[in-house]
Design a protein around this ligand. Structure first.
Ligand SMILES: O=P(O)(O)OC[C@H]1O[C@H](O[C@H]2O[C@H](CO)[C@@H](O)[C@H](O)[C@H]2O)[C@H](O)[C@@H](O)[C@@H]1O
Length: 259
């Protein structure tokens, strides 16, 4: 899917709460449900996040999915197992509300990418490699001066192997081709309990633009978390605390809405 981000010249308004009818929530993890941290392992379960996820899943009859670049195992670790429906590694891993998981077959070139990333990181303190099986991540948040060299390496591997280069927040990922967060949202919306509901994608990264576009195409909207930028999202929230406040308000409002 091609993402056409709209032009943005103003701060986006917060998403509505009381007027939502049968919402389906698609929630990004890092930068949305959890604040960014120096290392991926630094992100740990938090009681407030786990509680609101459980409450929403119950009150929305299961229409809540975490849609992340992390693996399903990482999503489960950070959310304390609260989320049944989830998509990991930008749509390459998917688990429905029924608990059934599928994972795309890894492109064999991912192993080459992991080896090249490990060799790169071995000589550069602070650079972290994440092996996600179907994708490889090269993190330079703790070594920002290595961003240019990391970009050159990842681009060269992508050009040579056909892996998809996915830039993120101080990370470069090389993915098995075929999916993104938009395909994940679309696939969820074709299945119970999401089918026929009003899709809302909440995200912060460029990777989330695919989810915003998919939610919009299916009659819903996107919510951009963080500073204004060119985006396909219609609404905005300032930060993780504002996201959790909004989710708690949605949960409270749903509990008051007659079935
Ligand atoms: O789609 P998301 O849920 O936003 O996941 C995107 C990536 O998140 C993780 O990396 C990012 O968060 C780390 C912890 O805050 C941070 O240290 C790193 O710099 C960020 O890029 C995760 O490690 C990746 O696998 C995800 O793709």
């Amino acid at each position: 899917m091609t993402v056409h981000a709209g032009s943005l010249t103003h701060i986006l308004p917060p998403p509505p709460i009381e007027t939502l009818r049968r919402p389906a929530l698609f929630l990004d993890m890092d930068g949305v449900l959890a604040p960014l941290a120096p290392h991926p392992d630094d992100v740990v379960p938090v009681a407030r996040r786990t509680a609101v996820l459980k409450q929403l899943i119950q009150r929305l009859d299961g229409r809540v999915a975490i849609v992340s670049g992390r693996t399903l195992a990482e999503i489960d670790r950070i959310s304390d197992g609260a989320a049944q429906a989830a998509s990991g590694v930008h749509g390459l891993e998917r688990r429905g509300a029924d608990g059934v998981s599928v994972r795309d077959e890894a492109d064999p070139a991912v192993k080459q990418a992991v080896a090249a990333f490990n060799a790169f990181a071995a000589e550069r303190p602070g650079v972290v490699v994440e092996d996600k099986g179907v994708a490889a991540g090269l993190h330079y948040r703790r070594a920002p001066d290595q961003g240019g060299a990391a970009q050159a390496l990842a681009s060269e591997i992508a050009d040579r192997t056909g892996l998809v280069l996915q830039p993120g927040s101080m990370v470069l990922e090389l993915k098995t081709p075929g999916t993104d967060k938009g395909t994940a949202v679309t696939a969820f919306m074709d299945q119970p309990p999401f089918k026929g509901a009003f899709p809302i994608m909440v995200g912060d990264d460029l990777t989330d633009e695919h989810g915003f576009a998919a939610a919009t195409a299916l009659g819903g909207f996107g919510v951009l978390v963080g500073p204004p930028r060119e985006t396909a999202a219609r609404y905005g929230l300032a930060d993780v605390d504002a996201v959790l406040d909004w989710l708690e308000a949605v949960a409270a409002s749903v509990s008051e809405t007659p079935a």
